[in-house]
Each structure stands twice: as C-alpha cells, then as structure tokens.
Design a protein around this ligand. Structure first.
Ligand code: NAP
Length: 245
C-alpha cells in the first residue's frame, strides 16, 4: 500500500483528534509528507513530535477562515513545493431537533462542514491544476445518504459535501485530478461531544456503542490514495456491520 503513498505531500484539516489524527498516524508510517491543521495547536504539536514531522508542518487554523485554509495549503508548497492530496476532514456534529432552534449550531455546521470543505478546494485546486495532478478527499458521512430526526442540518451539510464533490469530480478531468468522498458510519471519536440536545445525545450514545475505531477510516483513506494514478476511487461508504441505518 505504501508504494503510491510514500513521499506524497498530504494536507489534512482537523488532524488534532479522531479520524484526522489517526489518518495522519497511518500515512506518516507509510512515508507521506504531512501538513496538518486544526484549532488546537497544542495537540498538533504533540502529534508532530510523535510523528517526527518538520515543526512547520503543523498549523493552527480555522477552516471557517478562508485565508487560514489557504495558509495551510501554502505551507505545504513552501515546505515541499507541491501538494498531492488534501483531506478536507474537519467537521462538527451538534445534532438537534429543528424545533430546538439551535440556529447558532446550524450556522457552525454550515460554516465548518460545507464552507470549510469549499475553502480547502479553493486553496488546493489552483496548485493541482498547475501540477496537472492531485487528489481531493472530502469527508461526508452515512448521514450524507440518509437523514433521520435530529440529523436534518448535519445531514444537509454532508449531502452538500457529496454534491460539491461530484460536481468537482466532473470538472477536474482536464487536469488529471482525482476526487474521493469518504462516508463513514459511527466511529468512536470526539465528534459526539459537540451535541448539546440531551435527548439526541442519549440516542447517539446508544448508536455509538458499536462504533468502529478510527483506524477503519484511516485504512479506507490510505486505500483510496494508494491506487495507481489512473484509478479514481470516487466514493466509499462503510459502517459498523451491526449499524442498521
Ligand atoms: N466519527 C464519526 O462517527 C463520523 C462519521 C461520519 C463522518 N464523520 C466526519 O469525520 C470528520 C472528522 O470527525 P471526527 O469523527 O474525527 O471528530 P473529532 O474527533 O471531533 O474531530 C474533528 C476535527 O475537526 C477539527 N475542527 C473542528 N472545527 C474546526 C474548525 N473550525 N477549524 C479547523 N478544524 C476544526 C477538530 O480540531 P480542533 O477542535 O482542534 O479545531 C478535530 O481535529 C468530520 O467531518 C465528521 O463529520 C465522522
């Protein structure tokens, strides 16, 4: 698997915990050159030490700020002169029933889960077009395929990620750029900590009893990156075997 991963320059947003962190660990072990972003720089700095990364390879950034996403991608160019993969992974899931009117949380999900992904595309695409190569991996969810009570806004954002990614896929053919959507089911991370609706939190805790470990996601991402250039893995959906929705 490391054959097509070794020495690739890979940018990951939301690498301070959960899926992003685990993916960074796996890809570093496979010889990738990483540039990692998130708001909690202390966690990124610890990870950089663990993974023996260049100290410039971690950046405090907020994906809701376009200039900060651009700075993350520009950092990859400054250090390595190119960008082979961006994983637009940062996300939030403060799910709630709509009638709770948690409008600020709706806004945050739209800003992080949709606009954050768009800013990642905006930052990386011009470099990838110039290189005539690259891979843009956007993290959606099973919730990008199915919606249930309490999940309307989160699912809406993850549906949007799939729509944007499919449009992107069709547009970037002339530049040899690959696009991948990864849509996981329940995986044990910090994601559910953002839920403030107590009823939803209880239900979610039940669902997450059978959550997978983050390595499941990291392996899927590594699989998509490791394919030969002519193979474009466009979407992977996976869940715990016992997850019914
Ligand atoms: N876990 C699951 O069951 C599951 C299932 C389907 C899809 N997903 C998706 O997987 C992705 C990763 O989530 P996770 O499960 O790994 O949860 P997590 O452990 O909570 O990680 C979320 C990451 O996103 C970062 N982040 C959040 N807001 C940010 C912002 N404004 N700017 C920059 N970084 C930000 C966090 O870092 P900071 O707080 O340090 O900024 C953290 O590194 C999300 O898009 C999520 O929707 C997860």
């Amino acid at each position: 698997m490391s054959k097509n991963i070794k020495s690739k320059v890979i940018v990951i947003t939301g690498a301070s915990s959960g899926l992003g962190e685990e993916t960074a660990r796996l890809l570093a072990g496979l010889g990738a050159n990483l540039v990692l972003g998130a708001r909690r720089i202390d966690k990124l700095e610890k990870l950089a030490i663990d993974l023996k990364l260049d100290s410039r390879a971690v950046l405090k950034m907020d994906v809701t700020q376009r200039v900060q996403v651009q700075a993350l991608v520009d950092r990859a160019i400054e250090i390595y002169g190119r960008i082979d993969v961006i994983i637009n992974n940062a996300g939030l899931m403060p799910s709630s029933m709509l009638d709770k009117l948690k409008v600020d949380e709706w806004d945050s999900m739209i800003d992080v889960n949709i606009k954050g992904v768009l800013y990642g595309i905006a930052a990386a695409l011009p470099y990838m077009q110039k290189q005539k190569s690259g891979q843009i991996i956007n993290v959606s969810s099973v919730a990008g395929h199915k919606v249930g009570p309490g999940g309307a806004v989160y699912a809406g954002t993850k549906w949007a990620v799939r729509a944007i990614s499919e449009g992107l896929r069709q547009e970037v053919k002339p530049w040899n750029i690959r696009t991948t959507i990864v849509s996981p089911g329940a995986i044990a991370t910090e994601l559910t900590n953002t839920i403030t609706d107590e009823d939803i939190a209880k239900g979610m805790a039940k669902t997450y009893e059978s959550a997978l470990s983050a390595s499941s996601f990291a392996n899927v991402v590594a699989f998509a990156i490791s394919q030969p250039q002519e193979i474009d893995i466009n979407e992977i959906v996976f869940r715990p075997t016992v997850q019914s929705y």
